[in-house]
Design a protein around this ligand. Structure first.
Ligand code: DGJ
Length: 732
């Protein structure tokens, strides 16, 4: 059992293979957080809490004038509201009498096997190799009878603890949630910690920032209705000395695809509190008597093995526990070519077949028809919402087009953007009230499109049936599900005025219902997510999509940074990456080597390539297959940081059994008459010998030599040369 309750000490110890998390029913039945870190078994760690008379930090009434008992100076599992704890909070409610107050104390708990589930929200599943136990601990405000169940599922072998909170109104009056976080994590001493996040922008997603915690609230957020290009719902706290290989790191990844917030506060006493959950901006949710409200889940991990160790936990967990699609492990994903950068809106059925014919010689196995095949869609002014085939473009009909592509021995994929509507569309003309727009105001346009009120059931049902009818009308193998704007004008015509604070969250719940109705009902189709690139890449989306288009920016050198940043959380097999015509000075081989740091494909007009280029592409497509298992299932190592002024950017994937590895090196800068540089491998078996393919000489070197002395990288090469060193163990 991964969760031990010590009745006498009133402690709960949650054990993963290598970590322990401990909490305790403390004085006055407040629930204290005691520890999260390397395994310490079941010792009661409440001795760590030291109490002093802290000026201006008040004392709860029933502490009976005990001036050393202040919630402001104690580590807690979940916060109270207006009980003298002035730090950032995990809950804010407005009660029916108008007061803002919540005083949650231990009421009950239960422990059971298997992970918790959440109403309408995605959570990971347990595989047959996982031992998972769950603690549900209920705290209650005895005046309002508002209960919060703190949920903890311990994925023992994976070293992941999943947390969430469920609010239950056991009282007689409606309460309004103004803020409800999924996780509250208190550190008794947070000095010397850094906050790592993945900020970015359109075309430059998931860059990496690391900053020391200072005495204020650090806030990472999206208020855009999508998890966003600007911030990813992931943060890490790492001790300042932590590097790739050593040091304590805590990861927090929120399974949510809408507006979110993560806040970290280093307080006056150097205590640190981190909270993470749904963004409370424009949020107010009524929980009526008898009703529940579930927060999304947060996946937490701890390791003292540095940033690589933290990323490894997430990579393995995302590959094993998020998505049951056969395209995760059982069916190999094909090399695809996408028409977008080849033709934009300007294509017809003949052009697609021509592209397919040329692409076949490049080793391409699937053609994806991107935006522009439906409704009246010749540019981005019209057509969204009308999910029926535009027969001016696809003259032979979709079924026949797919047949022709299939006859070439290739698979067929198609693009949708279900949540959006153009004002010039049949859907908008029929249902103008299905759009998010605040009464009396014009809705904000973005890419000339408006947002459907996806929280509304009839909108969900329309989208499920119209998208499904296309999917069922032809032999479709793949879908790219896009969204090309952020969400504004939070208003639903289906809700009363006082309930409009629910719109943003209801949108996300509605979206998950639509995806359940389309994606989960088509297990033989491979779904890739997209949001004008990676603007809604998050762990929740990966329960639906096996991969996510990482960025609209296909410039290979920019992608070095993008892949580096993404790799903090996301494994290679989830990151859509294509070879395109961008950056003509970079050789195709290098573009392909970089795209193999994701789910390889092409984004160009194959009919315009020269014969030699086609041959090069074929060679690279073959390499994608040759290294598929290594890249998709191996252990990933960042070998250099492209955000620093390096000459070489390098990364490595190592097979789990260490029998082979692939080291990729890209020359990003050539220094005239510069030094010889060496790439030191990681993760190899120190005692085995590996043949180094790709160094031109086939050296056989020990794991020790390759890791400690490294591989000399040729320097007399043209700019932007790449090297793929394939290391194959030869002695066992
Ligand atoms: C944004 C996507 O990221 C592109 O790849 C393409 O699908 C366009 N949308 C189509 O509108």
């Amino acid at each position: 059992m991964a969760i031990i309750f010590n009745k006498e000490k009133k402690t709960f110890s949650l054990h993963t293979a290598k970590t322990t998390y401990q909490l305790k029913i403390g004085n006055l039945d407040y629930v204290n957080h005691l520890y999260y870190g390397a395994t310490i078994r079941d010792d009661d760690l409440s001795y760590l809490i030291r109490r002093y008379d802290r000026g201006f930090s008040g004392n709860p009434y029933d502490s009976l004038k005990e001036r050393t008992f202040s919630l402001d100076a104690q580590p807690q599992e979940f916060t109270t509201q207006q009980q003298g704890d002035f730090r950032i909070s995990s809950i804010e409610v407005q009660n029916s009498d108008g007061s803002f107050s919540f005083n949650g104390r231990y009421r009950s708990h239960s422990i059971y096997k298997g992970p918790f589930t959440l109403e309408g929200l995605p959570v990971p599943f347990a595989t047959e190799n996982d031992t998972v136990d769950t603690l549900e601990l209920v705290i209650e405000d005895s005046i309002t009878n508002i209960q919060v169940t703190l949920l903890y599922s311990v994925f023992e072998e994976a070293d992941i603890i999943m947390r969430a909170a469920r609010v239950h109104n056991a009282g007689k009056d409606t309460v309004h949630l103004k803020r409800i976080m999924s996780v509250c994590m208190d550190y008794m001493n947070g000095s010397g910690m850094d906050l790592i996040s993945l900020p970015g922008r359109y075309g430059q997603e998931r860059q990496v920032e690391r900053q020391p915690l200072t005495h204020h609230v650090h806030k990472i957020r999206s208020g855009r209705g999508i998890s966003s290009h600007q911030q990813n719902p992931f943060v890490a706290l790492a001790e300042s000395e932590a590097n790739e290989d050593y040091g304590s790191c805590y990861g927090f990844a929120l399974m949510y695809s809408g507006s979110f917030v993560a806040e970290a506060e280093l307080d006056q006493y150097d205590q640190c509190r981190l909270v993470m959950g749904i963004n409370d901006r424009q949020f107010s949710y009524a929980v009526r008597p008898g009703e529940d409200f579930d927060t999304p889940a947060v996946l937490m991990t701890y390791t003292h093995k540095g940033l690589t160790g933290m990323s490894r936990r997430y990579h393995d967990f995302f590959r094993n526990n998020l998505n049951r699609s056969k395209f995760i492990k059982d069916v190999r994903r094909p090399v695809l070519i996408n028409t977008w950068e080849a033709a934009f809106f300007d294509f017809d059925d003949k052009k697609l077949v021509e592209i397919a014919k040329s692409a076949r010689d490049m080793g391409v196995e699937m053609v994806v028809m991107d935006d522009g095949w439906f409704g009246k869609r010749d540019d981005d002014n019209s057509g969204l919402g009308d999910w029926y085939v535009n027969e001016n473009k696809i003259k032979c009909g979709l079924h026949e087009l797919v047949r022709q592509i299939n006859d070439l021995g290739m698979k067929f994929g198609i693009w949708f953007e279900p949540e959006m509507v153009s004002e010039d569309s049949d859907l908008f003309r029929a249902h103008p009230d299905w759009v998010m727009a605040i009464p009396g105001r014009h809705a904000v346009r973005s890419r000339n499109q408006l947002v459907l009120d996806v929280g509304r059931k009839e909108v969900q049902d329309y989208l499920i049936s119209s998208v499904n009818s296309i999917l069922d009308s032809a032999n479709i193998y793949y879908v790219k599900w896009d969204i090309n704007r952020a969400i504004t004008d939070l208003w639903s015509n289906a809700l009363a005025g006082e309930d409009q604070g629910e719109v943003s969250h209801r949108y996300v719940l509605g979206l998950y219902r639509i995806m359940d109705g389309i994606i989960k009902t088509h297990p033989d189709i491979m779904f890739e997510g997209c949001a004008g690139g990676g603007g809604r890449l998050d762990p929740a989306m990966l329960t639906y999509f096996v991969q996510y288009w990482s960025s609209d920016n296909t410039k290979p050198l920019d992608n070095l940074k993008l892949h580096y940043g993404s790799s903090f959380l996301y494994p290679v097999c989830t990151m859509g990456a294509h070879v395109s015509e961008a950056s003509p000075m970079v050789p195709i081989e290098t573009k392909a080597a970089i795209a193999m740091c994701g789910t390889f494909g092409y984004e160009l007009d194959a009919t315009k390539l020269k014969k030699k280029e086609i041959r090069t592409c074929k060679k690279m497509s073959d390499l994608y297959h040759k290294y598929y298992d290594l890249n998709f299932f191996g252990d990933y190592y960042r070998l250099s940081d492209p955000f620093t002024p390096v000459n070489l950017v390098a990364w490595e994937t190592v097979a789990k059994d260490k029998s082979e590895a692939l080291v990729t090196v890209v020359t990003v800068r050539l220094t005239v008459n510069g030094p010889q540089e060496y790439i030191k491998c990681k993760g190899l078996d120190r005692d085995r010998h590996y043949r180094v393919e790709g160094d031109g000489e086939g050296h056989i070197m020990s794991g020790m030599a390759l890791m400690h002395a490294g591989i000399p990288v040729p320097r007399e090469v043209p700019e932007f040369t790449s090297f793929l060193y394939h290391l194959k163990a030869v002695d066992r």
